[in-house]
Design a protein around this ligand. Structure first.
Ligand code: XIL
Length: 409
């Protein structure tokens, strides 16, 4: 009896070992295996959105989903883990700005930007270079603001842009060349040192310098408040049209989209994205955050609806290539430090414990729907920080057109 059992066990074990070997062979070689759908191979099935990270879905759409990072946030830890898992792009929040890179004339401080770019490259994330010139005196180093000679300012701009793009040109292919050329709460040009000293063509001049520094880079212009300030979209559109008419090598238009609350945006928002697409440009939502109202009992559900409207508008416009949130976790957001905001504003996709919020689920669902809406035979090329950049020029459609979202205000 014992012997029979032992014999059966032995035969079973032998059978198991043979079967295991065959399974291993099939797995390793793909031999006899029916072609598996790509979703199964990656473990992400867009028909069940919660099996997919945002990054997996955005990769399939060939679009960027990004968040910001500061150097302390890219050291090993939950911020970096979440960033690398959920996002395929990163924008250095402050590390590439003039006030970080060269706050004192001729004293270069690339350490912070190196840290963010190195982490991005290691994690396979694309980088949005933000920003070469920020047209707000508040954020311009004193020594730059003190320059009143146009030739000297041109030389300083050329050196600064050349140094920053030169250092990162092999890894950063998308740049916010000029940030906020219009007054924050108005429709007229920003009263910056650049406008005062160089005159109204200064934006075109800066783009020419950036193009000379890296002729293959995507050059973007980025603006605040076009979704909020009355008339600002129209004013920015005219500025962009004038740049194109002047032959400026402009690739895309970034709309920051720092929302004032969970209400809106208006139904015009999608049309505004389309206005830039109609000019042959790429468009992106570059700094999205949506603060909640502590008195709202449905704060996170309302916030999810707002994210749905905004990301939905991007997905409905094929030229919309990127959605980047200004931060990642509610534990650290610039909004909590603004004098006119009441913290905690909780404006992001992850709570202070890095748990996904309803807004995350909304974005995940929308991206998954967009993946499913694509033709089954179509392929997409995930963005990559190491890929060669597209030359400046009209953008190819990045995503399929999906149903226009139902705006509520
Ligand atoms: C903000 C950063 O988040 C803050 O940490 C910093 O103190 C000021 O700048 N528009 C932009 C971003 O283009 O660069 C700004 O970032 C937010 C508004």
């Amino acid at each position: 009896m014992n012997g029979a059992t032992t014999g059966a066990t032995t035969r079973t074990s032998l059978f198991d070992r043979v079967r295991a070997a065959v399974v291993a062979l099939v797995v390793v070689t793909g031999w006899l295996a029916a072609p598996a759908p790509a979703v199964a191979a990656a473990g992400c099935d867009p028909a069940r959105p919660d099996t997919c990270t945002l990054r997996e879905l955005a990769d399939r759409l060939g679009m960027r989903i990004g968040a910001t990072a500061e150097p302390p946030e890219v050291v090993p830890g939950p911020y970096r883990d979440t960033l690398l898992r959920e996002f395929n792009a990163v924008t250095p929040e402050n590390a590439m700005k003039w006030y970080t890179v060269q706050s004192t004339r001729g004293v270069w401080n690339f350490g912070p930007a190196d840290a963010v770019v190195d982490a991005a490259v290691a994690g396979g994330l694309s980088v949005r270079g933000h920003t070469l010139v920020w047209a707000q005196d508040t954020y311009t180093p004193e020594w730059v603001k003190a320059i009143d000679d146009p030739d000297e300012l041109r030389a300083v701009l050329e050196e600064h842009i050349g140094a920053v793009m030169g250092r990162y040109g092999d890894r950063v292919h998308r740049w916010d060349v000029v940030n906020e050329p219009l007054a924050s709460l108005g429709t007229t040009p920003s009263d910056s040192v650049f406008a005062r000293v160089l005159g109204p063509d200064w934006v075109a001049e800066v783009f020419a310098l950036a193009h000379a520094a890296d002729p293959d880079a995507e050059l973007w212009i980025n603006e605040f408040g076009t979704d909020v300030v009355p008339g600002k979209h129209e004013a920015f559109l005219v500025l962009v049209e004038d740049l194109l008419d002047a032959g400026v090598p402009l690739h895309g238009v970034g709309l920051q989209t720092h929302r004032p609350s969970v209400r809106g945006p208006s139904t015009a928002f999608q049309d505004q994205l389309q206005d830039y697409a109609d000019l042959g440009l790429a468009v992106a939502i570059t700094e999205l955050d949506i603060p909640t109202d502590p008195a709202d009992p449905d704060a996170f559900a309302d916030q999810a609806d707002a994210y749905r409207r905004i990301v939905g508008a991007c997905l409905a416009v094929p030229a919309c290539e990127e959605v980047t949130t200004w931060g990642l976790t509610d534990a650290s957001t610039w909004l909590d430090h603004l004098f006119y905001m009441e913290p905690p504003t909780c404006p992001l996709l992850f709570d202070e414990d890095y748990e996904p919020k309803p807004a995350y689920d909304a974005v995940q669902d929308l991206l998954a729907e967009a993946v499913l809406a694509r033709a089954p035979t179509s392929t997409s090329t995930p963005t990559s920080s190491t890929s060669t950049s597209a030359p400046a020029g009209p953008a190819a459609p990045a995503v399929a057109v999906v149903a226009r979202p139902d705006f509520t205000g």
